[in-house]
Design a protein. Structure first.
Length: 325
């Protein structure tokens, strides 16, 4: 029958905005968007990140204001990254109870802690002078187990500062277990873990390095995943779940939508995705040249990430997207 005449006309459901809205399978909601924010120690004015037009390294003061804006826009949360004035081999400022990130956590929690989930990056690359996510062994390699001890200490100081969720992003083996144990032993049973579960060694992080003043010379291929591999993402998922992850994340987002779908299908806990700096910078650069429709591109990329299985999305456009919705 349908071979003779087009009785079946999918276009009927596309004919008007009202019809399209009725049948849309995927919706974005501000409550599921998370805004990454950078706070830099010792600056009196926000410092623009040139590789990410529209993104700044905040002062403590403008960070508070940004957090209030995020709460007023109805966002789900903020993810805080600290940019310390001093870096050293072991990333001492990351475990200083009065380090910039810990101060920022206290500021933001006291300002909007009831309205937003406050999250913090738990990683050493912002704090080390060599730029790696961990501490180095004598031969220059990243020492997994020595790094875990640093992460445990970071988890304690961040939780003491009042953070709701820590985000271990360093891809060390065993990091979720060690962080969970450190939190529990310090009486922070209620502080949760947003695990960077499938995190790839990606060129898409390029602009972020400027945002956190990271001076990495080599690469992170001995700890972040190879873009060629999907299977190990599921192994990382199993491991993070067994170690006590409360939410799991795939990162980057757009070039890894297949991974996101597989993780979403297998995960019993909420699955987040991180639309990273390079994804942001590509769209901003193309839009600045007049080559694409910026707002449509923002909503289309976010919708695609949501459709592929992410429930929560970290995006530098969170505020703007929330206002568009
Ligand atoms: C590590 C971390 C990175 C990003 C978030 N957490 C950098 C890296 O792993 O190289 C990248 C985020 C982005 O590119 O937007 N602390």
């Amino acid at each position: 029958m349908s071979a003779e005449f087009p009785y079946v006309r999918p276009r009927r459901l596309r004919q008007s905005p009202a019809m399209r809205r009725l049948v849309a399978e995927t919706r974005l909601h501000p409550a599921e968007l998370i805004l990454p924010l950078f706070v830099r120690e010792g600056v009196s004015e926000p410092v623009p990140v040139t590789s990410m037009p529209g993104v700044v390294q905040h002062t403590r003061d403008t960070l508070r204001k940004a957090a209030v804006e995020a709460a007023e826009a109805g966002l789900g949360g903020v993810m805080l990254f600290g940019v310390p004035a001093v870096q050293d081999a072991v990333g001492s400022e990351g475990t200083n109870p009065d380090g910039i990130l810990q101060q920022a956590i206290r500021d933001v929690v006291s300002e909007v802690g009831d309205a937003l989930v406050v999250m913090s990056d738990l990683c050493l690359d912002e704090y080390t002078d060599h730029g790696h996510c961990g501490v180095l062994a004598a031969d220059g390699s990243v020492d997994n187990d020595a790094t875990l001890e640093r992460y445990a200490e970071m988890a304690r100081v961040q939780a003491d500062a009042g953070v709701h969720l820590v985000g271990p992003s360093g891809m060390m083996d065993g990091q979720i277990a060690v962080v969970r144990r450190a939190l529990d032993e310090a009486g922070h049973q209620d502080v949760g873990i947003l695990a960077y579960t499938a995190k790839y060694a990606s060129a898409f992080y390029g602009p972020f390095r400027e945002a956190v003043g990271s001076s990495l010379k080599g690469d992170r291929k001995t700890y972040q995943q190879d873009p060629a591999n999907a299977r190990e993402a599921l192994r990382e998922l199993e491991q993070d779940l067994a170690e006590g992850a409360d939410l799991v994340m795939v990162k980057p987002a757009m070039a890894y939508l297949d991974i996101l779908r597989q993780v979403a299908d297998a995960s019993p806990v909420p699955v987040a995705a991180y639309q990273v700096s390079g994804e942001y910078a590509m769209v901003e650069a193309a839009a600045a040249n007049g080559w694409i429709d910026r707002e449509r591109m923002i909503l289309e990329t976010l919708t695609s990430i949501r459709r592929a299985g992410a429930q929560q999305i970290l995006t530098y456009w969170a505020l703007e997207a929330a206002r568009m919705l």
